[in-house]
Design a protein around this ligand. Structure first.
Ligand SMILES: NC(=O)c1ccc[n+]([C@@H]2O[C@H](COP(=O)([O-])OP(=O)(O)OC[C@H]3O[C@@H](n4cnc5c(N)ncnc54)[C@H](OP(=O)(O)O)[C@@H]3O)[C@@H](O)[C@H]2O)c1
Length: 331
C-alpha cells in the first residue's frame, strides 16, 4: 500500500464511520486533523497513527471562522457529521445537514482544498422524511459552494459499533416481540462500514481529474444483498440465536407510538424515522457505486457473526480495539 504525504481534516471523525476513515487514512500515512466539538472524544483515535499523526481539533460547527481554522492547511477534507433525528422544531437537521456542510464546502473552496468528500445518505433524492430532505438540501449546498465535491450516499451501514443491528439485537434480548413497521416490506442494501470508509479513502486519494476522476460525482453505496426489513430481522435472529415474534404495525399506528418514543432523551424511534421506512433504500440501476471504485464488498454473513455473537445466550464479549466505544457487559 503506497503512503500518502498529505494532511486531511475529518469532520465527524469521532463517529461510527469517521473512526474507520481516520484509521484507514492514518494507515496510509496521511496526517489527520479530527475536527470535533469535544476533542477528548478523539483522544482514543491517536493510536491509529504515529505520535502526532492523528490530532484532535476543537471546532464550533456554527462558526465559519472555526470551521475554516479546522480546514486551513489540509489537502483533503471529509465530512461525516450527521444526526438521525431532531427534537421538535429545533432546526437541527437544517443546521447539521445543510448549514454546516455549506460552511465546510465554502472553507474548502477558499482554502484551496484538493478534494472534499461529503457523506450524505442513500434515498435522499426519493425519500419523504425530513431527514432525507435535509440530506438532499445538504448535497445541493455543498455542490453550490464546492462543485468538485464527491458525494457518498450509503445505505444503512453495519459494523461492530453500528447503532442498527446492535440496537435490534439489544431489543431482542428483552422483548418477546419486535415491531414490523408497514409489514416489514421496505428494502435495504446494508453496507459494511469498512467498505464505506474504503470508498471515502479511494475517492480522496484518486488523483484522476475530469471525467476519469471522482470529482463532482455521486456514489451510491450498497452491500451485495437487498433485504426487506423482515429478512433483516431473520438474519439478526440467525446470528444472535434469539428468535422473536414479529408484530406488524401499520405506518399510522407506528407514527403514533413513535410520537411518544421520540420524547425519550435518545429516542428509540421518531415519526420521521417511520416516514423514512415508506421508501426503499437501495442503489438505483446504473448508479456509480462500490464496484466503480474497485472495492470488494463484504456481505452481512461475513461480518455479523463477528459482533452479534455477544448477544447469544452466554455469548463472548468482543475485545474492543482502539477508538471503539466502551462496550457494556452482557449478562
Ligand atoms: N450509520 C448509518 O447507517 C448511516 C447510513 C446512511 C448515511 N449515514 C451518514 O453517514 C455519516 C456518518 O454516520 P455515522 O453513523 O458515523 O454518524 P455518528 O457516529 O452518529 O455521528 C457522526 C458525528 O456527528 C457529530 N454529531 C453527532 N451528533 C451531533 C449533534 N447533535 N450536533 C453536531 N454534531 C453531531 C459527532 O461529532 P463530534 O461529537 O466529534 O463533534 C459524531 O462523531 C452521517 O452523515 C450519516 O448521516 C449513516
Amino acid at each position: 500500500m503506497s503512503r500518502i504525504d498529505k494532511v486531511a481534516t475529518v469532520f465527524g471523525g469521532t463517529g461510527f464511520l469517521g473512526r474507520q476513515i481516520v484509521a484507514d487514512l492514518a494507515a496510509r500515512g496521511v496526517r489527520v486533523k479530527v475536527a470535533t466539538r469535544v476533542p477528548e472524544h478523539a483522544y482514543s483515535l491517536k493510536p491509529y497513527g504515529q505520535v502526532g499523526q492523528v490530532v484532535p481539533f476543537a471546532c464550533d460547527y456554527s462558526d465559519g471562522a472555526s470551521v475554516a481554522r479546522a480546514i486551513a492547511g489540509s489537502d483533503l477534507v471529509v465530512n461525516c457529521i450527521g444526526i438521525l433525528y431532531e427534537k421538535g422544531k429545533s432546526g437541527r437537521f437544517q443546521k447539521i445537514h445543510v448549514d454546516l456542510p455549506a460552511l465546510i464546502a465554502k472553507a474548502c473552496a477558499e482554502n484551496g482544498v484538493g478534494r472534499f468528500v461529503h457523506v450524505s445518505a442513500l434515498g435522499c433524492d426519493t425519500g419523504t422524511s425530513r431527514y432525507a430532505k435535509s440530506k438532499l438540501e445538504g448535497e445541493k449546498a455543498v455542490l453550490a459552494n464546492y462543485p468538485r465535491a464527491v458525494i457518498l450516499r450509503p445505505s444503512v451501514i453495519f459494523g461492530a459499533d453500528d447503532d442498527f443491528f446492535n440496537m435490534f439485537a439489544e431489543l431482542a434480548r428483552y422483548m418477546p416481540a419486535l415491531p414490523l413497521i408497514g409489514g416489514g416490506k421496505t428494502k435495504f442494501q446494508p453496507v459494511y462500514v469498512g467498505d464505506v470508509a474504503a470508498a471515502a479513502v479511494q475517492v480522496l486519494t484518486d488523483t484522476h481529474t475530469g471525467k476519469n476522476g471522482p470529482e463532482g460525482k455521486i456514489y451510491q453505496l450498497g452491500g451485495p444483498e437487498v433485504l426487506t426489513f423482515r429478512e433483516i430481522y431473520g438474519r439478526l435472529f440467525q446470528f444472535t440465536g434469539r428468535q422473536r415474534c414479529l408484530v406488524t404495525l401499520p405506518y399510522g399506528l407506528a407514527k403514533f407510538e413513535a410520537s411518544f418514543l421520540s420524547l425519550l432523551p435518545k429516542p428509540l424511534l421518531t415519526p420521521d424515522q417511520v416516514e423514512s421506512l415508506k421508501t426503499d433504500n437501495v442503489v438505483a440501476d446504473g448508479a456509480l457505486g462500490l464496484e466503480a471504485l474497485g472495492i470488494a464488498v463484504h456481505g452481512l454473513d461475513a461480518i455479523l457473526p463477528t459482533y452479534l455473537e455477544r448477544y447469544r445466550e452466554g455469548g463472548r464479549r468482543r475485545v474492543p480495539g482502539p477508538g471503539d466505544k466502551p462496550l457494556r457487559d452482557i449478562r
